[in-house]
Design a protein around this ligand. Structure first.
Ligand SMILES: [Zn+2]
Ligand SMILES: [Zn+2]
Length: 309
């Protein structure tokens, strides 16, 4: 029996969800804000949730409006409508828990921390970086793509073991129950993420060098946006990057649009022939690609696959 989710021809399950920005007090006592993914089983649940949230958000019909409550309170509202809350792009410098609010999620969620089954890693981090924080050992990692722009869907994705496609099964997988689980995370190499390293707002450049970078190496300014790598280096509490035994592999995937020589036209041709970027990146051989778009591009794609960049 399928339970929850909007299911199309038994092939595609659309999970109803909302991304809510909450108001937090950060570790320094200042205002912080964080994004939260809230997933629900049925339309009636998310409608009722939306109705309740309209008391906490002005202009609820506009996207990315900030709620006047903390995630500590939001988690109960989500639960009331049979939903699950997952901290979104957890490390990004703006609008995320570790990036903007706290060094420990437990400080935000307190005794409700166990209600959070998973976190979303975000583009500038990966499993190995996140596993340097011990409080995440029990949490599932999700690599979701950003739905704000349709062509970028599946830039990051999860391979999930479920019995059928439904909200209930997805939640079981996220909670690691009854053999359901995330089998593999696919995502960007964090080095390619926009927020991986600290950025000087004065010079307008990324600051390389040993993490953590807390000021600009050129102009000495502290007017910086802290990079994810640098932030994790500061807040981590584990000496090793060893992941818990049940952690699935993280497979790096470089979007085709990042590869030199692949413009819009070629991209359209590739996609109309091979259907998805996933096919091109993970299933085709060098010969398949070469036969279609020549030696130079085929070599670039293979280099990207083997992470020679
Ligand atoms: Zn967000
Ligand atoms: Zn500078």
């Amino acid at each position: 029996m399928l339970t929850g989710g909007i299911i199309y021809k038994n092939k595609l399950c659309i999970i109803l969800g909302s991304e809510i920005e909450t108001s937090e007090i950060n570790d320094e006592g200042k205002t912080g804000s964080a994004h939260n993914l809230c997933y629900f089983p049925y339309l009636k649940d998310i409608k009722a949730f939306s109705n309740e949230m309209s008391h906490h958000i002005h202009n609820i019909t506009l996207s990315s409006q900030r709620a006047d409550i903390s995630a500590y309170d939001l988690v109960d509202i989500v639960e009331k409508y049979n939903g699950v809350l997952i901290p979104a792009h957890c490390f990004t410098p703006y609008k995320s828990f570790y990036g903007n609010c706290t060094d420990r999620l437990e400080k935000i969620f307190k005794e409700k921390y166990n209600k959070i089954p998973a976190i979303e890693l975000g583009l500038s981090s990966d499993t190995y970086l996140a596993d340097e924080i011990s409080e995440l050992e029990t949490k599932t990692f999700l690599t979701n793509s950003d739905a704000h722009s349709l062509p970028k869907i599946a830039r990051e994705y999860n391979k999930i073991q479920v019995k059928d496609i439904s909200f209930k099964e997805l939640m079981k997988a996220i909670k690691n129950e009854d053999g359901r689980k995330i089998l593999c995370n696919y995502g960007l190499d964090p080095k390619l993420g926009k927020y991986h390293r600290t950025y000087c707002e004065v010079c307008g450049k990324r600051i390389e060098g040993d993490a953590p970078v807390t000021k600009c190496d050129t102009c000495d300014s502290r007017n910086i946006t802290m990079g994810v790598l640098d932030r994790i280096e500061i807040i981590k509490d584990k000496k090793t990057t060893k992941s818990p035994a049940n952690r699935p592999p993280y497979v790096y995937q470089i979007p085709l649009s990042f590869i030199p020589g692949i413009g819009n036209k070629l991209m359209d041709k590739l996609l109309s022939n091979f259907e998805t970027e996933m096919n091109i990146l993970h299933k085709l051989s060098y010969d398949d690609i070469e036969a279609f778009c020549g030696e130079k591009i085929a070599k670039s794609i293979m280099d990207a696959k083997t992470r020679k960049f």
